[in-house]
Design a protein around this ligand. Structure first.
Ligand code: AMP
Length: 422
């Protein structure tokens, strides 16, 4: 079967690397891809916002499954358009993507179905939002309702900071995404990510992971798209995974079906764990980046039939095998990220760094010019290693990082610290 993978980040490189190993695969296409993905897939240029163009390309290339990496095309309805034309898609409909596309939608769903989450209020105007905030304990969390590329959340330590965040949302700092504001109770505890494939009815749990969102060591500095991750998340033992399925994932899947908007794709729950009890922080409707890099290194089974079964509503009876080993991913980013950074700086040493069979270097923002690899984004590489435990995977990942010569880049040196010192 031919596959089309949409996206061009580290998550998509990891998915492409894994899908490429499938005996069921003929040609893997990726739009737009990057320099790393080009080694395992045929990269094509395609305007993903032009749904007709995507469908035409799929028919021309006899695509048997489209795998959508990022959330934006899903929230824009790409899966609906392709499905209506008989093209199988891994990824939810526009209506089901509201689980990520509108934080207020998800909070209301949790309230209706008794899914544990932080207390909240939804507001369309600044003044009632501020009155509500004035009565809340600090810190208080202010969120733009819609997609804001990870920048729409402020954990306010003073009421003034909260008012400023509310004003920023309503004055258009996040465009349409800020037309509504969600005010949330601040949850304390340990964060973890939980992933499940969902075919509309059946949910198949994948592995767990934890990521590091802050730019600098010690989990300090500004928030980023993710500076590293590891899997499994030691906090997520079997009992807790079972609770997450029973209290969060299963009721959500049932609710989406009952609403007539069944969820098909990967449901990624951001969780806060306190005293052994999970609460939902947020849903994403796609794989996490960089968590996926670690999940793909640990997945033993063929990914392709699992994604196809998800798209076809046929997950019942599908099982997945995982390596017992842990995996850890260190993100290398351009100096300055998540602020302004330089592009086109040269990276060398990638072959030596990737020579260890337990190391994969997933590209996130790279391009190839002649035989040189150049940085082409903020997050640029995800150096990922497997090992008997997280400490071993960490040592292997950093040994590989140290072979990469990239004066224009930086990485955190403490990815996995919480698991290693646990
Ligand atoms: P979100 O985009 O909703 O995942 O929020 C981004 C990050 O903000 C999360 O990964 C948490 O670290 C933090 N966060 C969001 N909501 C809350 C909350 N209610 N309590 C504590 N931290 C939160």
């Amino acid at each position: 079967m031919n596959l089309l993978l949409i996206g061009g980040g580290g998550r998509e490189h990891a998915l492409a690397w894994k899908l490429k190993q499938s005996p069921l695969l003929d040609t893997l296409y990726c739009a737009p891809g990057n320099a790393g993905i080009a080694e395992v897939a045929e990269c094509i240029s395609l305007d993903v916002a032009d749904h007709d163009a995507v469908a035409t390309s799929c028919r021309g290339k006899e695509i048997g499954l489209v795998v959508v990496g990022p959330e934006a095309p899903l929230v824009a309805g790409l899966a609906d358009h392709l499905t209506a034309q008989g093209i199988p898609v891994f990824g939810p409909s526009k209506a089901a993507s509201q689980l990520e596309g509108s934080k207020g939608y998800t909070k209301d769903l949790c309230a209706e179905y008794g899914i544990p989450t932080a207390a909240y209020g939804r507001f369309r105007e600044a003044s009632p939002a501020k009155s509500h905030v004035a009565a809340q304990a600090l810190p208080v969390v202010i969120k733009a309702d819609g997609l804001a590329a990870g920048k729409g959340v402020v954990i306010a330590n003073s009421h003034f900071e909260a008012y400023t965040a509310i004003d920023a949302c309503f004055s258009g700092a996040f465009g349409d995404a800020g037309a509504e504001v969600v005010v949330e109770e601040h949850l304390s505890g340990e964060e973890a990510s939980f992933f499940a494939l969902v075919d509309g009815e059946t949910a198949l749990p994948l592995a767990t992971a934890q990521d590091h969102k802050r730019a600098h060591d010690g989990d300090t500095g500004p928030n980023t798209g993710g500076m590293g991750a590891y899997s499994p998340a030691p906090i997520m033992d079997e009992t807790l995974c079972k609770r997450v399925m029973e209290e969060i994932i299963t009721p959500t899947v049932a609710a989406m079906k009952a609403r007539g908007t069944p969820f098909k794709g990967v449901l990624y729950a951001g969780l806060m764990i306190k005293d052994g009890a999970p609460k939902l922080i947020e849903y994403n409707v796609r794989f996490g980046d960089p968590e996926t890099q670690t999940l793909m290194m640990r997945l033993k089974s063929d990914l392709l039939p699992a994604l196809l079964a998800t798209a076809q509503g046929a997950l019942g009876g599908v099982t997945l095998d995982w390596h017992d080993e842990a995996a850890l991913c260190v993100v290398m980013a351009a100096k300055g990220y998540p602020g302004a950074y330089k592009k086109d700086t040269e990276i060398t040493g990638l072959d030596a760094a990737g020579a260890d069979p337990d190391v994969e270097i997933f590209h996130a923002g790279t391009k190839r010019e002649d035989d040189r690899v150049l940085a082409n984004g903020g997050r640029v590489l995800g150096v990922t290693a497997r090992g008997p435990d997280i400490a071993a995977a960490q040592a292997r990942a950093y040994a590989a990082v140290d072979k990469i010569d990239w004066p224009g880049g930086f990485c955190r040196r403490d990815i996995g610290w919480r698991a290693v010192t646990r």
